[in-house]
Design a protein around this ligand. Structure first.
Ligand code: ATP
Ligand code: MG
Length: 721
């Protein structure tokens, strides 16, 4: 209503308001972190709805994650003062792609019930194709090929479009052939992978102008968040939808920040945002400069850091808020002490009345998480891992899902293979090989092949009977698909298949937990209308960040998945050369890689509203080996006046090491925190660590222990400076 309308516009600054109210024609909001870009998008949708310019179904809005989509729906509801019934086209690129593909599956050679493969399925399928070509998989791992195929798909390259020369990188030129085989196989399996969710829609649009025209007319308004991280395929997809139609203006609004482009390694092209006004002539470009998220010191630290990048547009950011607390730098002995230290600080904040939900630990690499998890379990601190190994990726969950997939999608070979002999039914490799040969020869799914073969003499009686009763069971379950509530069906499948029993009989320590997980899985199906809807959700949660847990818990996630989020307190561990910036980024992409890492650091710091706490450990175990480390160059790039050196853990006895290497005196000297990479202080600390390492090797003890003993000797040297 009118009152609500006045309310939501009054909460914006003039530039934001312009971005919300310019609803005709292309609009680009190019602005730094925390300036309200996402808020602008949300309010813009509310404004379009409130001013009756479009119905909810006529707005296509693309968010970066499913969680962001959910939040946006809620916020829009609040803004327009009524529940937004159905914003069916608000979601990630992938979720939107699935929806379109389901409607027009036949036009691209799929059936509407197609499955969506996850990475594991994809690798398993590629492995089969690699073996069929007699390629040495040790030399040419399936994972490498999967990476190449993903890369091509990100760039919207179908097998026939891969530039000559690029396919040669894998298995002496077989890469493109395998890519093609893989696509053919997917069609037989009635399946797509994540990349196809975009590519097949592009193909659909290109080959069916009427379908494209339908969507162009339907969507009166297009909105895209985090535009700096769109890849070529996403870009083409958007371009097709946004094409000018009979003089109709392109009402497309994209928001983003070139300084937060952090998916270059996955094919994102920051150029997409930089050439927006060329793609959409007459675009209104709006810049926002006021940051509403972070306190002054945090903003200054982040701005100073990102200023070290050369390839950037450059932006001014200011805040009218208070300076707040300076970001802290804490040096710790090793990753264990880091976890302990972070744990204690979190508990301290908690005692001061801060909610755990308002705290996050952002790591550069997921292996860093385990240490925090271990620590938090030990001290009983509730946490949730977001975007990491998730519930749905656990073994028993994957098995159970494979059963359900087979019931809903009998052509799903990968699912069938996963469970055909789980629990053990005496269907060995030889049986499976026969099944495979038959299926391949006739180009039919495995289940279909089995159905034919159990009527012949090809199998030994035991295998034949086992297979026959499995098929009968699947037929029985499939017959109940439409009549039995899907939760009950799932329970039935797990019981009758013997899967639940398998874990009940299992004597290992994990079995009980697995049974609980299976129960939880069935429970989680409740919120879905039917099995197909549930399975589709599962296929998409790969992209989800934490599924609506309401309990108060600290979040642990990678820097990459923290994009767009905000927390009162943010912990940033592992600021060490080699880890952050990550060695791989430096090796593979040189200067560009370094700049992307720095943008990641910028994203990390700017997630914080009030507290940003950076850590580096003097020693870290990487792939099981202890290595002594050098503090990240990003540490040296923080502005002196806006950062505080924190005391290490008082209780550890080692906390002083950091103080030695990172002493107050040095910090107090003007310019000590200049952008020079290795200052004398660091070098000395490094020399000390090398010494410890050498001794560790000499005595054959672990680096950690050796460091412990030499440390006492070295410490005097530090403090005596
Ligand atoms: P990022 O680049 O990290 O995605 P963003 O530009 O999308 O950030 P938002 O998340 O939209 O920024 O906004 C950051 C914070 O500032 C949010 O808490 C938001 O509610 C608040 N905010 C934005 N604009 C205003 C405003 N005009 N008045 C008050 N608060 C605002
Ligand atoms: Mg945002």
């Amino acid at each position: 209503g009118e009152a609500a309308a006045i309310g939501y516009l009054a909460n914006l600054n003039p530039e934001q308001r312009a971005a919300v109210e310019t609803i005709d024609g292309p609009v680009l909001v190019l602005a730094g972190a925390g300036t309200g870009k996402t808020r602008v998008l949300t309010t813009r949708i509310a404004h379009i709805l409130a001013s009756r310019r479009a119905f909810p179904g006529e707005i296509l809005a693309v968010t970066f994650t499913n969680k962001a989509a959910r939040e946006m729906k809620e916020r829009i509801g609040h803004l327009v003062g009524e529940a937004v019934e159905g914003m069916p086209w608000l979601g990630t690129f992938h979720a939107t792609g699935v929806k379109m593909l389901r409607r027009h599956a036949e036009l691209v050679g799929l059936k509407p019930g197609f499955s969506i493969l996850d990475t594991d399925d994809q690798i398993r399928l590629l492995r089969q194709l690699i073996q069929a070509e007699n390629i040495d998989e040790k030399r040419w791992p399936a994972r490498v090929l999967a990476g190449a195929i993903d890369g091509w798909k990100n760039r919207a390259l179908t097998p026939d479009k891969v530039p000559a020369g690029e396919g040669g990188a894998y298995a002496n030129g077989l890469g493109v052939k395998l890519y093609k085989d893989y696509q053919d196989r997917l069609k037989v399996l009635n399946a797509v992978d994540f990349g196809d969710l975009l590519l097949e829609v592009i193909r659909l649009f290109r080959e069916n102008p009427d379908v494209l025209a339908h969507y162009q007319q339907r969507f009166k308004f297009l909105l895209v968040d985090e535009y700096q991280d769109t890849n070529v395929a996403q870009y083409l997809w958007l371009r097709l939808l946004a094409q000018r139609q009979e003089g109709r203006p392109q009402n497309i609004c994209c928001v983003g920040d070139d300084d937060q482009s952090i998916y270059g390694w996955r094919g994102a092209e920051v150029d997409n945002i930089l050439r927006f006004d060329k793609d959409f002539p007459g675009a209104t470009v709006i810049r926002l400069e006021r940051n509403y998220r972070s306190t002054g010191h945090i903003l200054a630290a982040a701005s100073h850091l990102i200023a070290h990048n050369e390839g950037r547009l450059g932006k001014t950011l200011f805040t009218d808020g208070e300076d707040g607390e300076r970001p802290t730098l804490t040096s710790v002995w090793d990753s264990e002490e880091e976890a302990r230290s972070v744990g204690e600080e979190i508990e301290q904040l908690q005692r001061q009345g801060h909610a755990l939900n308002e705290m996050a630990i952002l790591v550069r690499a997921s292996f860093q998480m385990r240490e925090f998890e271990d620590r938090f379990i030990t001290i009983g601190l509730p946490y949730r891992v977001i975007g990491g190994p998730r519930f749905y990726e656990r073994l028993e969950i994957r098995d159970a899902l494979a059963y359900l997939r087979c019931v809903a999608q009998p052509a799903d070979d990968l699912a069938f293979e996963r469970i055909v002999n789980t629990p053990k039914r005496g269907l060995g490799d030889a049986t499976l090989q026969l099944l495979h040969d038959h299926a391949r020869a006739r180009n039919v799914p495995l289940m279909q092949a089995a159905r034919v073969m159990v009527e012949t003499e090809e199998f030994k009686p035991k295998a034949r009977n086992a297979l026959k009763s499995l098929i009968d069971a699947f037929d029985g379950w499939a017959a109940k698909l439409d009549t039995l509530p899907h939760q009950e069906l799932a329970e039935l499948v797990l019981d009758e298949s013997g899967y639940t029993e398998m874990w009940q009989k299992d004597r290992t320590a994990e079995a009980a937990g697995r049974l609980e997980n299976l129960k939880e899985l069935v429970r989680s199906m409740e919120e879905f209308e039917n099995l197909a809807g549930f399975l589709e959700h599962i296929a998409l949660v790969t992209d989800a960040r934490g599924e609506g847990e309401s309990d108060d818990a600290v979040s642990i996630m990678t820097l990459h998945s923290a994009k767009g989020l905000e927390f009162d307190s943010v912990f940033l561990p592992g600021w060490e050369e080699g880890l952050f910036p990550h060695q791989r980024a430096l090796d593979e992409s040189g200067r560009a890689g370094l700049e992307e890492e720095r943008r990641l650091a910028y994203v990390g710091i700017t997630r914080a509203r009030r507290n940003a706490r950076i850590y580096f450990a003097g020693n870290r175990r990487i792939h099981g080996l202890w290595q002594s480390t050098v503090p990240s160059r990003f540490v040296n790039e923080l502005p002196e006046g806006h950062v505080t050196i924190a005391e290490g853990l008082g209780t550890s006895g080692y906390g002083g090491m950091g103080r030695g290497g990172f002493g107050e005196s040095r910090f107090d000297k003007a310019g000590a925190f200049s952008s020079t990479y290795a200052t004398p202080g660091w070098q000395r600390a490094q020399a000390q660590k090398s010494l410890a390492d050498a001794q560790g090797r000499f005595t054959g003890r672990s680096g950690s222990q050796a460091f412990g003993s030499t440390f006492a000797e070295g410490r005097g040297g530090f403090q005596g400076r």
